[in-house]
Write a protein that binds this ligand. Structure first.
Ligand code: IPM
Ligand code: MN
Length: 357
C-alpha cells in the first residue's frame, strides 16, 4: 500500500457540494488504481453554516486545517449573506492564515472546448498565472476619514514586501523551470504608473532572475497583458503578478479557456497546507439540479494530486477530462452539457479505469 494523504474537504455552498462529490469520486478511483489512499474529512463551513452559527472560519478550524496535507474546496457564496463576509471570513482568511502565498491558475484550452477567441485552439492557449495571494490591495490596509460626509476620504493601500514579492517570484521562476515549455516568465505589472510597488517587483525580478539562467525574463504592463491574452495568448508561458492584477487577469484567463465550468486554481503554501478550488463560485440558481459542470472541481482535484506528488494520476485525470471535452460534452455550460453532473463524473471515471494499465 502506498502513501496515505490527509485531505480536508469543504464542499461549501450552492452547487459546491455537487461538484465536490464528483471530484471526490474521481480522486477515490485514482487512489484505488494508483495504490495510494486519501483520508478525507469533511468540514461544513460556508454560507449556511454562517447563517446558522454566525461563524465563518473560526481560529480553531484554521488550526485543524493545518493538520491536513491539502484542502479541496467546493465554492463559498450564499445569496442571503451580504457580499464580503464569507469572502473575507473564509476564503481570504484561509489564504492569509495558512500563508497560501501563491494563487496558481492554469489557463489551458482543452480540445473540443469553445473559446471566444477567433482562430485560436488548444495549441495557442496554454499558460499559467502565478498570482501573489497574501499581499497587495488584499491586505485591507487603509480606512475612511470623515465617512459619510461630503469631505469623506477612502484610502486603500497596496502592501508589497520584499519577502512577499521575492517568494512569489521565486515560486514562479521555479514553476516555469519545472514546466519546461517555452521557459519564459512574464512579469505583469504597471511600472509606468505604480512606480513604487512595481519598482520593487521589477528590481526583485531582475535581481533574482540570474539564479534561473534557463528562464527568459519578459515584462508586460497589465493593460497590455489583457490585450495580448486575447490577441496572442500563445506568447505566454508563465505570468507572475500581484494579487489584484492576478485576480483580474485570471478571470479573463478563465473565459478564454472556456469559462467557469473548467477553470480551477490552487492556493499554494509550498511548506504548508494548500487549497484547491474550482474558481467559478457557488452558482446557487443551479443547486440540486444535477446540471452543473463538475469538470472545474475535477481539475482542482487533479491539481491537488499533482501538488501531493501523485503527478502520474494528476495527468491521467487531466487526460480523462480532455477526452470528455473532446469526445463527449456538447457544451461546458450548466444544463447544456448533454450529460448530468454525475454522468460527467462517470465519464471521467470510465476513462481512468479504461486507461489504468
Ligand atoms: C478569486 C475570487 C476572490 C478573490 C474573492 C471571492 C474574494 O475572486 O479567488 O479570484 O478576489 O481573490
Ligand atoms: Mn477572482
Amino acid at each position: 500500500m502506498g502513501t496515505t494523504y490527509r485531505v480536508a474537504v469543504v464542499p461549501g455552498d450552492g452547487t459546491g457540494p455537487e461538484v465536490t462529490a464528483q471530484a471526490e469520486r474521481v480522486l477515490d478511483v485514482a487512489a484505488e488504481l494508483g495504490g495510494f489512499a486519501l483520508d478525507k474529512q469533511e468540514f461544513g463551513f460556508g454560507g449556511d453554516y454562517y447563517l446558522k452559527t454566525g461563524e465563518t472560519l473560526p481560529d480553531s478550524a484554521i488550526d485543524e486545517l493545518r493538520q491536513f496535507q491539502a484542502i479541496l474546496l467546493g465554492a463559498i457564496g450564499h445569496p442571503d449573506v451580504k457580499p464580503g463576509i464569507l469572502e473575507k471570513g473564509i476564503l481570504l482568511k484561509a489564504r492569509f492564515e495558512l500563508d497560501q502565498y501563491v494563487n496558481l491558475r492554469p489557463v489551458k484550452l482543452y480540445p473540443g472546448v469553445a473559446t471566444p477567441l477567433k482562430d485560436k485552439g488548444p495549441e495557442h492557449v496554454d499558460f499559467v498565472v502565478v498570482r501573489e495571494n497574501t499581499e497587495g490591495l488584499y491586505c485591507g490596509a487603509g480606512g475612511f476619514h470623515k465617512k459619510g460626509t461630503p469631505d469623506e476620504v477612502a484610502v486603500q493601500e497596496s502592501i508589497n514586501t520584499r519577502k512577499g514579492v521575492e517568494r512569489c517570484l521565486r515560486f514562479a521562476f521555479e514553476y516555469c523551470q519545472r514546466r519546461n515549455q517555452a521557459n519564459k516568465l512574464t512579469l505583469c505589472g504597471k511600472t509606468n504608473v505604480l512606480t513604487f510597488a512595481f519598482d520593487l517587483w521589477e528590481r526583485t525580478f531582475n535581481e533574482i532572475g540570474g539564479d534561473y539562467p534557463g528562464v527568459e525574463r519578459d515584462y508586460a504592463h497589465v493593460d497590455a497583458t489583457c490585450m495580448w491574452m486575447v490577441k496572442n495568448p500563445e506568447w505566454f508561458d508563465v505570468i507572475v503578478t500581484d494579487n489584484m492584477f492576478g485576480d483580474i487577469i485570471t478571470d479573463l484567463g478563465a473565459m478564454i479557456q472556456g469559462g467557469m465550468g473548467i477553470a480551477a486554481g490552487g492556493n499554494i503554501n509550498p511548506a504548508g497546507v494548500s487549497m484547491f478550488e474550482p474558481i467559478g463560485g457557488s452558482a446557487p440558481k443551479y443547486t440540486g439540479q444535477n446540471i452543473i459542470n463538475p469538470l472545474a472541481a475535477i481539475c482542482a482535484g487533479s491539481m491537488l494530486l499533482d501538488h501531493l506528488g501523485e503527478t502520474q494520476w494528476a495527468t491521467r485525470i487531466e487526460d480523462a477530462v480532455k477526452w470528455v471535452t473532446a469526445e463527449k460534452l456538447q457544451s461546458l455550460a450548466a444544463g447544456r452539457m448533454g450529460y448530468s453532473t454525475s454522468e460527467v463524473g462517470d465519464l471521467v471515471i470510465q476513462h481512468l479505469r479504461d486507461h489504468a494499465g
